[in-house]
Design a protein around this ligand. Structure first.
Ligand SMILES: [Zn+2]
Length: 255
């Protein structure tokens, strides 16, 4: 169920028996010569919305922008500063908590978001602790019942194993064949047939956007997205949704 397609009385009645919500979170950033700029947001949205269907959970609108500073030397990338990202994540969570959501499950499509989202979780938690101290009790939604989790869709044990078996070392770290496969499965009309250059080996850590482009001139980081297929994308989506659904159900039950 999409939060955007619900009415407020529907959300209110859902909350009588279910405190969980899923939030897809991605990025708008270059993904090499064959990957879509929206890859991280699209993969998180497709998997997050299927997860919502599988578990009967509400799915909030996708956060399409993320922390993509290191991709800014490539045209079309849009980034939030880490401090903006923390503030946006905090505001979304606090709004949902105010209404009584207590299990907030982020499905993430972009590794660069992790630090900022986790920092936002810390801010929310300290704010809730402080609010609890000021509260005079009797609330229906005790703030210490709020739980927040962030899951990178590609990091589940089985999903990781499938990626490894499909692509081995050619999976790489950015513009990976697995994320490209998920977008091609989801939007087959967007499939690109682009000749790619040789794989760049990762020699050292990059220092900012210009250096990133110097080390990885076409935007890929050690990945070979030409291996991606629509069929692989389907397998990855189904497996990731299954794994996340298992975790989400457990997350709802935990006290
Ligand atoms: Zn990506």
């Amino acid at each position: 169920m999409l939060l955007q397609h619900a009415t407020w009385p529907e959300v209110e009645s859902y909350l009588e028996s279910n405190k969980g919500i899923i939030i897809p979170i991605g990025s708008t950033e270059q993904h090499g010569p064959s990957g879509l700029i929206g890859t991280d947001a699209l993969t998180a949205e497709v998997i997050g919305q299927r997860l919502g269907k599988a578990t009967g959970a509400f799915v909030a609108p996708t956060l399409n922008y993320g922390m993509a500073q290191h991709h800014m030397a490539f045209t079309g990338t849009v980034t939030l500063q880490p401090s903006t990202m923390i503030a946006v994540t905090r505001d979304i969570v606090m709004s949902l908590v105010r209404h009584g959501f207590e299990r907030i499950f982020f499905v993430n499509g972009h590794g660069g978001n992790v630090n900022s989202v986790k920092a936002a979780f810390s801010e929310v938690q300290s704010e809730l602790v402080e609010a609890k101290g000021l509260r005079d009790g009797g609330s229906n939604h005790p703030p210490d019942d709020v739980r927040l989790e962030l899951h990178n869709w590609w990091m589940g044990e089985k999903t990781t194993a499938l990626r490894k078996s499909l692509y081995g070392d050619r999976e790489g770290y950015h513009a990976t064949p697995s994320e490209v496969a998920v977008t091609w499965f989801s939007f087959p009309e967007q499939k690109r047939d682009v000749e790619l250059g040789p794989l760049e080996k990762i020699k050292r850590a990059y220092q900012g956007p210009e250096d990133f482009r110097k080390l990885f001139p076409d935007g890929r980081m050690g990945s070979d997205p030409s291996l991606a297929t629509v069929e692989d994308g389907e397998r990855l989506v189904l497996l990731a949704v299954g794994e996340l659904a298992e975790r989400y159900r457990q997350f709802l039950r935990e006290d």
